[in-house]
Design a protein. Structure first.
Length: 245
């Protein structure tokens, strides 16, 4: 299981660099613009320069509307700015067909520019609260659009967590569907160390965190702390060594 950490500034990226041995992917987002809020292109570039070259950069394109052309341009902008993982939050897509259309545009725009880029179709465990596509439809959307991974997060950051909206059994079904489609499965959404046993057991490929490694556990007002990143990774490694536990 890979650990994805989400700094929202160059300063936080430097904190991630201090803990680089404990993480796998540095994810650039702007939390005050939403769950998968997009940051500025120059911030992506500066963070790419700030972290070790062997750590891939991921960038969120935003909680996007159903505007395939707009989203494709935004995704290309993230790739040009230095991101190799491009994450798209399908916030404004109310049907699988809309989501597939958006993601096909993203895949073409990004991979025409950089064939080795990694495109992630992201949905929301609390989709019922915002009216977007069913979270269990994401693996099929990702597969049919040519994406490389399916991801779930939470759209509304009100203290509720991934498992509050999609219990472990359904998250495990999401992971299984992704694997059957030969996709990676990523899970996020106020994930904490106590969730790692379940996430490991279901075979999650990427776990994304922010609040869990920020001071005070606050994803917006807190700041990423290298020692919290190290502690979270230690818990991941402990569960990986004993998945049945």
């Amino acid at each position: 299981m890979l650990l994805l950490i989400s700094p929202d500034s160059v300063e936080e990226a430097l904190d991630c660099a201090k803990a680089a041995e404990h993480l796998d992917i540095v994810d650039v987002k702007k939390p005050d613009e939403g769950s998968l809020g997009a940051n500025y292109p120059w911030v992506i570039r500066e963070i790419r320069e700030a972290v070790p070259a062997d750590k891939p950069i991921s960038a969120t394109v935003g909680d996007v509307p159903y505007k395939p052309g707009t989203v494709a341009q935004a995704a290309l902008g993230a790739a040009v700015s230095g991101a190799t993982y491009i994450k798209v939050g399908l916030y404004g897509c109310s049907t699988p067909e809309q989501a597939i259309e958006v993601m096909r545009g993203v895949v073409r725009a990004v991979k025409d520019y950089r064939p080795d880029a990694f495109v992630v179709a992201s949905g929301y465990a609390d989709a019922h609260r915002i009216g977007c596509v069913n979270p269990l439809a994401l693996p099929d959307i990702a597969a049919r659009s040519g994406s490389d991974a399916a991801m779930l997060d939470t759209a509304i950051k009100d203290g509720s967590r991934l498992f509050d909206h999609l219990p472990p059994a359904l998250c495990a079904e999401f992971v299984e569907r992704a694997h059957q489609a030969r996709l990676l499965a990523a899970l996020a959404g106020s994930v904490k160390a106590v969730d790692l046993a379940e996430l490991t057991a279901m075979g999650t490929d990427i776990v994304g965190v922010r609040g869990a490694v920020c001071s005070g556990g606050d994803r917006t007002a807190g700041r990423i702390q290298p020692h919290l990143v190290a502690a979270f990774r230690a818990e991941m490694d402990r569960h990986a060594a004993n998945p049945a536990g």
